[in-house]
Design a protein around this ligand. Sequence first.
Ligand code: FAD
Ligand code: SIN
Length: 562
Amino acid sequence: MKYSKYSVIIIGSGIAGLYAALKIEQQTNLADGILLVTKSQPGESNSRYAQGGMVGVMKENASDSTASHISDTIKAGAGLSELSTVKFISENSDKVVKDLLNFGVEFDRDENNNLTFTLEAAHSVRRVLHSGGDATGRMIEEALCKKVLSNPNIDIYDQTVAVELLVDETNECKGVIVFNNLTGEYEVIYSSAVILATGGIGQLYKYTTNPIGATGDGMALAFNAGAVMQDMEFVQFHPTALAIDGDENRFLISEAVRGEGAKLVDSKGIEFMHKYHEKLELAPRDIVTRANFSEMIKNNADNVFLNATCIDKAKLLKRFPTISKKCAEHNIDISKDLIPVAPAAHYMMGGVKTNIEGETSIIGLYAIGEVSSTGLHGGNRLASNSLLECVVCAYHSANYLKTIELHTPKQISGTIKEIIEKYSDEIYLEEIDVSAMRKELQNIMWEGAGIFRSDETLKNALEKVENLKLNFHRTDKCLSKEEYEFKNMLTVAEMVIISALKRKESRGAHFRTDFLQTNEVGIHSLLTKSSLQDSKKNLNETTSSIIFRPETEHGCTAGKQV
Ligand code: FAD
Ligand code: SIN
């Protein structure tokens, strides 16, 4: 077992992790340096695939204002977005976008060199910045990655999986244990600040827009270490993923295509969105997703279609080069043909409960980006608000770290020694091929905890997940990255199912066919290890043992039992 120490460890090399590393390096004088750990190559992440763009409420955009962005975010959030958080993120948008420009990020501009803004669903004005047409995530990520890789003060461990947080009996995080996927070696890394920037959970579902690494690791790590989780039932399904037979990790057809005028149609070419919402194709994402899914069920079809042929061909190809190229690979000419699309798991609104500086309920443990739940997105994220949240929270967590003393721990407690022992012990394990079990879990979640759920489907899913857990029989040490990921996926699946079972209403992306009503007051659901166990025991009781909390300043108030 190797040992090392850093002042700050950042886990994850998506946009949240990369930007946090750069901001911390720029603003904070750290005795023991910064380490960025990523289980992939630097930059491989959900961030890389972001298409539509990033909200920028910019002073130079005369038609926009923070008031308008706040109002749109709150409306889309289905009564669960936290006003103070939304306001903070919106008001910091201009400043952080300008800071990104200084780091070499380029957003698309018009012939007069002015930033150009696109429209996406449920935004009342054009305010979404984009880059490379429809390659926003890749362009931001490449610019930040270049800076991180050339920065001598940021060390990088790639192909390295964070497997357990070192949290002691005083609820303080003192570091992390990592597993090198190439050498099979473990390393204990001590630190007084660990930042989770590990992204989302799309891979829990059969159909997803997320790449293979989106397995909810950071959520499982924080939950296992005792952190409070928030709103884990709120999984966002994107309405328009490219639906090509056999392709389960689905390529996204950006909402911005609808923003530029494309229409949803059924297999006869007939538009249907007027049946579902007055804003038609630009209704909030949860509504468009359910509309598409309902049409598919009604017509016993595998997909609906997106008709982009009404958009000027030159504009279409210039604005959406990645999408047109990908569709062309499948013999679809988007200027002439209908594009087959269907919903797919896309984004996790829930996560580790944090404030806007990324503080979690564990001292010294921070979470930023998709792994966190700041209260911005509520029950349904407004398009392009995720990248904005990543960068604003990364910026402010770096500012916050400047204000506290960061010294690596001097004394290691018995609790932490016990955690370390689990990984240093030579125990004989036989490697498990998890690919079939992973597929099974994805089917279970799609069927039971997907776009439409009910008590029956969720309980059925829970039983099957528990069986998978029994068959997998790993509690701590695993033999490969894939095993660790699968262990984490099982943990997160249970959190999603239990939270969905306990929320006996439909709200935003959480749609219960047995509880169609939306309660008058929106309350967050909080989950911890012990409340999850209690909930499992009391599944058939009518009173809820989930913890709820009211809206609070920056979401900092501790949960209370009701
Ligand atoms: P990620 O970018 O997912 O990065 C997570 C990182 O953590 C990865 O490097 C991963 O390898 C690493 N990691 C995970 N677990 C471990 C572990 N155990 N040990 C070590 N490393 C680990 N949002 C928008 O706002 N606008 C858009 O246009 C948009 N389009 C999207 C299109 C697609 C196809 C997808 C999938 C998402 C899109 N989103 C969009 C959502 C947005 O891209 C993500 O929410 C955001 O990029 C998340 O960034 P992140 O840094 O938090 O996590
Ligand atoms: C898209 O381009 O449709 C995705 C935007 C987002 O998820 O915010």
